[in-house]
Design a protein around this ligand. Sequence first.
Ligand code: KIV
Length: 290
Amino acid sequence: MSTFTLDSGTSRATPSPVPGKRMTAPAIRARKDGGTTAQPIVMLTAYTMRMAQLLDPHCEILLVGDSLGQVIYGLPSTVPVSMEMMCAHGAAVVRGSWHSLVAVDMPFGSYEASPEQAFASAARIMKESGCAAVKLEGGEAMAPTIAFLSQRGIPVIGHVGLTPQAVNQLGGYGARGKSEAEAKKIVGDARAVAEAGAFCIVAEGVMEGIADELAAAVSVPVIGIGASARCDGQVLVTEDMLGLFERTPRFVKRYDDLASRIAGAVETYAGEVRSRSFPTSDQTYRPKGG
Ligand code: KIV
């Protein structure tokens, strides 16, 4: 379908000169063998075609996270994110990538009511975006849904610990698992999600010891975000790790300071426009020989 392919004649995109075979859910699952992962899994969020192109050669999984609600749309949480947003951004990321497995978040309200509702939503996301997996939040309560999807051709990534779609119930975005009961529940959630058929699990915002325990307790790869270095892989929101925001969670490491660099470039541009030093003859169309 043309939605999934890049028209190199009309697009600004530069597709890989050597399109490779995409990562698959079974290949990701197989990274963890006998409880250990020799090569940690690299996952980052992507919401746009160009960012996908830049990240793709370095990652195994590109996650079209519902964090796009806050990062792209300036929403107060992920709760208002719609199916239309996820499908449109999912398709853009698929068009901008050729190597990574693209997984798209199921938005709040699109899967919790029943396994049948989840199947209809996941199928729509896969058909409209071309992605190869979906991610949904929740532990034991979502296990029957994960089993239903996994048995019907839909690879699922689980998400336990801090589940941002439940912010109104949790009362905030603080780390989870501070009490013994909560820690036990998170490990139980990860076990249930893995047993239901998730091919990997995101563990977000959990105390280090719990992350270590759950990574050891489940046979599928556990990808940490604010979890522990012992997880089988790591994920971050790309805009956070590139330094596009002033405020980021404690677990984010900033690998650049793009906000300052963009501000500097735009200030220079604005100054040159106002002083009429841009454009120069290099950026101006003139008749040949004129
Ligand atoms: O929505 C998102 O970006 C996520 C990651 C933070 C794991 O779920």
